[in-house]
Design a protein around this ligand. Structure first.
Ligand code: TXA
Ligand code: MG
Length: 348
């Protein structure tokens, strides 16, 4: 059965994490908080642990895992050729919500990299995550701790919904800070490529290392252009209900969503609306939720996955969401929202 242990996220109990670290060293699995989302951790250098991670998540085993480290010495042990630009980014953003991809060393099993010659590495800034990585042997492979296809977990309760009975331990460190997964930058190509947008955006990266590219698969919704990160090709973050994003002036969006909701409700359907503190009062859906105020884009990012999960509990048949193309994190927020909607967006 799955044990839940609570820790103070900034000052976690060392003996508790030592025990959880032992579980991981012995090949077991433990979910733990990071500053982005909760991770499902196992020993990244143990092929058997990685196989267990895929099984617990129901994730295809060609979708590689990120190895989480706690210091720069560890990076050298699992990679070959770390370019200067990557070292600069590490200096600026590690520990933090940034994942970088390099050629892997022989120590990293193919089970962890989904058969690839490259390995994704991240040094998180969360104190509980760092302490657990150290206690667990230094190399923790961890995807987001959700069932494959569901929204990533931003609280221990979300993890428990998906993984109870499937892993040894859940370390509950409360709510996460950012709420969207790390930015991924691929350094195996001549010009570094952003494979997944996150809290650290393109211009923050370019300020440090100059021009980087956005993976074409992120920009184009053409089915034939596959994103380079294997995980980005799957339908993802998806609530059970059909989700539609509606973009345009507030007035038009409110009018359109209300028309749709009323028509669907007349057919006996339960509708859901994702609005903001500013607009929620205008909507006539069966269930209307606010993702927060438009003034706080970090709040919108932090609440997104939780709100998608909440609509599953409400048993909504159809959900309509406003668009959140905010200045700094808009690219990351819209990347997740569009995937959750299966790219179903209406421009008014
Ligand atoms: O914030 C995060 O990154 C969280 C926390 C737990 O650290 N982890 C996370 O892992 O989001 P996951 O497995 O849910 O997403 C990792 C993504 C997947 O889309 C995967 O395909 C891609 O990274 N990826 C991993 N290794 C790769 C590689 N060698 N080449 C290309 N893409 C890779
Ligand atoms: Mg994930």
């Amino acid at each position: 059965n799955t044990r839940v242990v609570r820790v103070d996220k900034d000052n976690p109990d060392k003996t508790v994490l030592q025990e959880v670290g032992e579980v991981i060293k012995k090949g077991g699995l433990a979910a733990f908080p990071t500053e982005t989302v909760y991770g499902l951790g196992g020993d990244g250098l143990n092929a058997g642990s990685s196989q267990k991670i895929y099984a617990a998540k129901g994730r295809p085993s060609d979708n590689p895992l990120i190895i989480h480290i706690a210091d720069m010495e560890s990076l050298a042990q699992i990679t070959e050729d770390v370019p200067e630009k990557a070292k600069k980014l590490a200096e600026k953003f590690w520990p933090g919500p940034l994942t970088m991809i390099f050629k892997k060393s022989d120590r990293v099993p193919y089970e962890t990299t989904g058969g690839l010659e490259s390995v994704a590495v991240r040094m998180p800034s969360h104190q509980t995550a760092l302490a657990l990585i150290r206690a667990g042997g230094g190399f923790i492979a961890a995807p987001s701790a959700n069932t494959s296809g569901r929204p990533s977990p931003t609280s221990a309760a979300h993890v428990a919904e998906d993984l109870t009975g499937k892993i040894e331990v859940i370390v509950d460190g409360g709510e996460v800070g950012i709420g969207l997964e790390s930015t991924i930058v691929d350094f195996t190509e001549e010009v570094p490529v952003i494979l997944r947008p996150g809290y650290i955006n393109q211009s923050m990266i370019e300020e440090v290392i100059g021009p980087v590219r956005m993976d074409r698969g992120l920009l184009i919704t053409d089915e034939k252009v596959k994103p380079k990160a294997p995980g980005m090709k799957y339908r993802h973050y998806a609530p059970n209900a059909e989700l539609t994003i509606v973009q345009g002036s507030t007035e038009k969006v409110v009018q359109y969503i209300n028309e749709q909701c009323l028509a669907l409700q007349a057919q006996g359907k339960r509708t859901g609306v994702i609005g903001t503190d500013e607009t929620r009062k205008f909507y006539q859906g069966t269930v209307v939720k606010s993702i927060g105020t438009r003034q706080d884009e970090e709040g919108i990012a932090r609440h997104l996955f939780g709100i998608l999960r909440a609509f599953d509990e409400e048993k909504a048949d159809c959900i309509f969401s406003e668009s959140f193309d905010t200045p700094r994190m808009g690219q990351a927020i819209m990347n997740r929202l569009l995937k959750a909607a299966g790219h179903h967006i209406i421009y008014l």
